[in-house]
Design a binder for this molecule. Structure first.
Ligand code: PMP
Length: 384
């Protein structure tokens, strides 16, 4: 019974060597040697004591990055979307109300996830580049009475950093949990989970953290835990059930850890190292981040004010008459450098440049500007 009918694929006989690129799009960012080396350490078991210690270190690192004392702080095995679903699936039961703030694609995606689990979803919507005032949020919460309000701190599709101060209090006045997406902003724009009254906060590994994609920090406040752990129904996802994950991460106070899934061991090594670097560099990262915007401000098509400009992902426009795809392809081909076009409502309007974590240096800013100047010299300009 050993007759093989499908032959071994020829393509797998070639060794793969990843190209060396400047990853200056909205993510993933370049992974520095120190983090790559951590990820190349030998595999140990996902329940070995050393691994449990690494998970505990990761928890401390996330508490620092989020500025929180929350005990219920873990990393989800998956990307930012996984953490997004973890937040919504655990905090909301079918039939309950969710309000999402839409000023780019992330509020739309959160609404879709909540709809899929049978929530009653409403959204407040503003233009690409826009943000919401506290009064608008207060009015919408009073009208729709949701159990959860979703807001994106760093809207990477439109380049907006949303103000957070005071919104937690407004949510709590309406007996609503405040859920914030900081995938694109954490470590690049100031963020204080506890002080800002954020109930659930999640991020991703591949942006400012400069770790490989595939792990996602998430934290739940005491108020959020009250809701999450007193549900009438089980969350739709076994994999993302916080009752299981809380035990797996040693957050539930129980003496024994029960196997839930095989943690991505190497990814956790890398995440731990990236959090160690963030702990060393946090203040510098925050200070350095606005550099590109300061140099490109005159060509911002979405007309952000400086205070709402996302420091990690800068949206800039090519002069009219150029095709943005030709510019990004030219820069990739001739400068080995990734920048990207718009996403969702900003498609066709902007180029997005992400300088995150270790990538946010003056040298990278100069490299991007030189590549853009070069592209504008050589790319086709239409006559119309
Ligand atoms: N939220 C925001 C603000 C993002 O920028 C991203 C990634 N571009 C995500 C969520 C989703 O993260 P991932 O691609 O890691 O699933």
């Amino acid at each position: 019974m050993s007759s093989i009918t499908v032959p071994p694929p020829k393509c797998l006989q070639k060794t793969f060597v990843a190209p060396r690129r400047h990853m200056f799009g909205p993510g993933p960012s370049n992974v520095p040697p120190r983090i790559l080396a951590a990820g190349a350490e030998p595999i140990i078991g996902h329940m070995h004591p050393e691994m449990l210690e690494i998970m505990s270190d990761i928890k401390s690192g996330i508490q620092y990055a989020f500025q929180t004392q929350n005990n219920m702080t873990i990393a989800v095995s998956g990307t930012g979307h996984t953490a997004m679903e973890c937040a919504i699936f655990n905090a909301v039961e079918p039939g309950e109300g969710v309000l999402t703030a839409v000023n780019g694609i992330w509020g739309e995606r959160a609404a879709e996830m909540a709809e899929r689990i049978g929530a009653r979803v409403n959204s407040i919507v503003t233009t690409a580049g826009g943000y919401f005032t506290s009064e608008e949020i207060d009015r919408a919460l009073a009208k729709h009475k949701p159990v959860l309000f979703f807001l994106t701190h760093g809207e990477s599709s439109t380049g907006v950093v949303h103000p957070l101060d005071g919104i937690g209090d407004i949510c709590h006045k309406h007996n609503c949990l405040f859920l914030v997406d900081c995938v694109a902003s954490m470590g690049g724009a100031p963020l204080h989970m506890d002080k800002q009254g954020i109930d659930i906060l999640y991020s991703g590994s591949q942006k400012v953290l400069n770790a490989p994609p595939g792990t996602a920090p998430i934290s739940f406040s005491e108020r959020a835990c009250q809701k999450v752990f007193n549900r009438k129904t089980k969350p739709v996802s076994f994999f993302l059930d916080m009752t299981w994950l809380a035990n797996y991460w040693g957050c539930d106070g129980k003496p024994a850890r029960i196997y839930h899934h095989t943690a991505p061991v190497s990814a956790f090594y890398s995440l731990r190292e990236s959090l160690a670097i963030l702990a060393e560099q946090y203040v510098k990262y925050i200070a350095d981040c606005h550099m590109l915007y300061c140099k490109t401000k005159p060509s911002d098509p979405l007309k952000h004010s400086f205070f709402h400009m996302l420091p990690t992902v800068t949206t800039i426009v090519a002069p009219p008459g150029y095709d943005w795809k030709e510019i990004t392809s030219y820069i990739m081909k001739n400068h080995n450098l990734e920048i990207s076009g718009g996403l969702g409502p900003s498609v066709g309007q902007v180029l997005r440049v992400g300088l995150m974590g270790g990538n946010s240096s003056k040298a990278s800013v100069d490299m991007v500007l030189e590549a853009l100047r070069d592209a504008l010299r050589y790319c086709h300009k239409s006559k119309v």
